[in-house]
Write a protein that binds this ligand. Structure first.
Ligand code: ASP
Length: 433
């Protein structure tokens, strides 16, 4: 029986935290496969090693001396090595990294996880395995599961105890390929899937997933259990405890994920699984993001709506703009997209859509926020939307967009950016608390 246990950057940010991590790992025989992020922030104002490595590479690229950045990074590793009396030859490792700087940004940035995992493996007495040999990408930057599963089965035996760096793997030509930021979560999920783990533990620095963002709500309640789909909805809409791409590999293999706190190890955390147990709350959580834009298109009454919608969508597809929502009425429809994804090409896209002679008007609604109210218990429960809209009405929040599909897992509303915080507070206090 194997549990894959992943530790985030703050869990390995100093020697004391290395000790906490070791205690946690050694307290459970099944914690055999350990994945780590690079040394993260000790305090809020601190810098993550990953960010410093990006900075180092930028200095190199623009021919600026990087000695200071390099020594800040080295210090972080050296301090932990010295305080834990480790033997790792960091001088040699750093020399090799700088000699190979031409291998590119992804190589340099991956060295944060690489060295952190090497130190942790020595400290635990577990074997180190380089993710370059385990996580195999195709040239399309997608994980090749066949090759990855073969590599994992060849390199990790049933009772091996191993430490693996998160966040990267390799292309067929052995060059390093990174996941998106926060991607050590994905490494853990892939290993869990390929090893058929009984549980994927994701240790971080909060007690689990909150019902609403603690940046907006003081001391929000914790979610004890939720389904994979609920988590996808919440993390897509900005609940940022784990990387959104983590869910898919474990969901198809039906492996539960437990979000746990390294600094509060007796807390049960949040459990994510297929059949999350029942709870009294109708709403599991609320999450939202600001800065969407809505393209409102009005068509000529005699024309066919589906032709115009597909014409507009094709333009967005060619421009690689992904779509959040398409509310429609008889002669008009809106296409809602993330502002940052369209901003640079907005006017070209507008004029291309307007070039269709059946489009008689195109207006823009800027500064839109989307808020998702998520809950597996909403199905077949009349009155929830009524309550929700009444609450927002009492707070004088104007709702610009409403969307829910028939699976009833979530209701998404669009409000003005200025009403974002007010709306989340009203929803949390009115339908969650
Ligand atoms: N160190 C990487 C980052 O900061 C990956 C991770 O921590 O998961 O994004």
């Amino acid at each position: 029986m194997v549990k894959v246990s992943k530790f985030g950057g703050s869990s390995v940010s100093n020697s004391n935290n290395f000790k906490l991590v070791k205690d946690i790992i050694l307290s459970d025989e099944n914690r055999k496969v350990i994945v780590t992020s690079a040394i993260g922030k000790e305090k809020d104002k601190d810098n993550k090693v990953t960010d410093l490595l990006y900075l180092l590479y930028a200095h190199y690229k623009y021919h600026v001396n990087f000695d200071n950045v390099l020594s800040t990074i080295k210090d972080k590793f050296m301090t932990i090595k010295n305080e834990l009396n480790l033997k790792i030859d960091l001088e040699k490792d750093f020399n090799e990294i700088i000699e190979n700087i031409d291998l590119g940004e992804e190589y340099i940035v991956s060295r944060g996880e690489y060295l952190t995992a090497k130190m942790l493996s020595e400290y635990l007495g577990y074997k180190f395995i380089d993710s370059k040999d385990l996580i195999k990408f195709g040239y399309n930057s997608k994980v090749d599961y066949d090759l990855t599963t073969k590599a994992i089965n060849a390199l990790i035996k049933e009772n091996d105890k191993v430490v693996i760096p998160g966040f990267y793997g390799s292309y067929p030509n052995q060059k390093i390929c990174l996941f998106s930021r926060g991607g050590s979560d994905i490494t853990g999920a892939i290993l869990s899937r390929c090893l058929n783990a009984i549980l994927y533990e994701n240790f971080t620095d909060v007690d689990g997933i909150f019902m609403a963002s603690p940046k907006i709500i003081d001391n929000p309640k914790m979610i004890d259990e939720l389904t994979y789909d609920e988590l996808r909805e919440l993390s897509y809409m900005g609940a940022s405890v784990i990387n959104e791409e983590t869910i898919y590999p474990v969901q198809i293999a039906n492996i539960p994920i437990n979000i746990l706190n390294t600094f509060n190890k007796d807390n049960k955390g949040t459990l994510i699984k297929k059949d999350a147990k029942g709870m009294n709350n109708i709403i599991t959580g609320v999450a939202g993001k600001k800065d969407f834009i809505s393209l409102n298109i009005t068509k000529n009454k005699a024309s066919n709506k589906i032709d115009i919608i597909s014409f507009a969508l094709d333009i967005l597809k060619r421009n690689k703009v992904s779509i959040e929502s398409i509310p429609t009425s008889i002669d008009s429809f809106s296409i809602v997209v993330e502002k940052s994804s369209i901003e640079k090409k907005l006017y070209d896209i507008i004029s291309e859509i307007k070039s269709n002679e059946d489009v008689i008007d195109l207006s823009i609604d800027d500064n839109l926020s989307l808020i998702a109210i998520v809950g597996r218990n909403m199905v077949y429960k009349p009155g929830i939307s009524a309550k929700l809209f009444a609450l927002l009405g009492e707070e004088k929040v104007n709702i610009k967009l409403i969307s829910q599909n028939t699976q009833e897992l979530s209701i998404t509303i669009g409000v003005d950016n200025n009403d974002f915080t007010k709306a989340i507070k009203a929803i949390y206090n009115g339908v969650i608390l």
